[in-house]
Design a binder for this molecule. Structure first.
Ligand SMILES: Nc1ncnc2c1ncn2[C@@H]1O[C@H](COP(=O)(O)OP(=O)(O)OP(=O)(O)O)[C@@H](O)[C@H]1O
Length: 257
């Protein structure tokens, strides 16, 4: 693995008496695609909430490019380079596809609030540049034909892709994707996976993927981390994971865990 982009050590959180995540560790290198899987309630979304500053851990450390991240707020995590998508799609439904992407550039825009209000030359220059960048991103996602459509009118699979485009627009170093293929048909899923592979190569971005569709996880991830009851029970290649008795036990609910 190349030098790690994200490094997580002994991460844990308790809700009252429940230790939802305990002693979680992870290292992700540049452009690496890692799967995070586990049965329902295992703690996957909680880990995403910890990595994005939604929850503060009760123990452990998170480093992004070597910089400590614990204590930072969600918007600071985004600015630092950790972006995510959600299980339930969160878009500005009334805005166009292009506008949805442009909104995500906001924290990188350099014009002042005043020049925004007065619509100065500098404002229009920045806006035009943001529009070009947004269109470039949509092209990568094969969504340029949808640019002027209102997000609410997009087919479901395209809405999911737009969420990823928005996360990319933040300039992220690592993308956390929470069940991006949920509710997609097989064609949409294949297109989505192609898009994820393309953006990894083009943007040299790392990806941590939560996904229930096993065949998908097995086919796209280089490495998989499996959790159950908040603990890592296995880490390995898709082949190792598919043949790991602890993993099989966790999914089938046997005692062999
Ligand atoms: N804010 C919270 N307060 C109390 N308990 C919580 C909170 N968030 C999560 N939990 C508990 O932590 C555990 C892990 O939940 P989490 O949602 O992270 O699991 P998951 O692996 O993402 O599940 P699923 O695959 O069903 O989405 C569960 O027992 C859940 O009830």
């Amino acid at each position: 693995m190349t030098e790690s982009v994200l490094k997580v050590e002994h991460l844990g959180i308790a809700f009252g008496g429940l230790k939802a995540v305990e002693d979680f560790h992870l290292e992700i290198g540049k452009s690496e695609l890692v799967g995070l899987i586990g049965p329902n309630g295992a703690g996957k979304t909680t880990i995403f909430n910890l990595l994005t500053g939604v929850y503060q851990p009760t123990e452990g450390a998170i480093y992004l490019d070597g910089v400590p991240m614990v204590g930072k707020k969600p918007h600071q995590m985004v600015a630092a380079g950790i972006a995510r998508t959600f299980q339930n799609i969160r878009l500005f439904k009334e805005l166009t596809v292009l506008e949805n992407v442009m909104v995500s550039f906001n924290h990188t825009m350099k014009y002042s609030i005043l020049s925004g209000i007065l619509r100065t030359k500098n404002y229009w220059k920045e806006e035009a540049a943001a529009q070009r960048r947004a269109l470039d991103l949509l092209r990568v996602m094969h969504m340029e034909d949808y640019a002027d459509q209102v997000a609410a009118n997009l087919p479901y699979g395209q809405q999911r892709k737009l969420e990823i485009a928005r996360a990319l627009a933040t300039g992220a170093k690592i993308l956390l994707l929470d069940e991006p293929a949920a509710g997609m048909n097989p064609t949409e899923t294949t297109q989505l996976m192609d898009a994820i592979q393309t953006i990894r190569e083009k943007f040299q971005i790392s990806v941590l993927l939560i996904e229930h569709d096993m065949s998908l996880v097995m086919s796209v991830c280089e490495r998989i981390v499996v959790i159950d009851y908040g603990h890592i029970i296995a880490t390995g290649t898709p082949f190792e994971i598919a043949n790991n008795p602890k993993v099989i036990g966790a999914y089938l609910g046997t005692d062999d865990q």
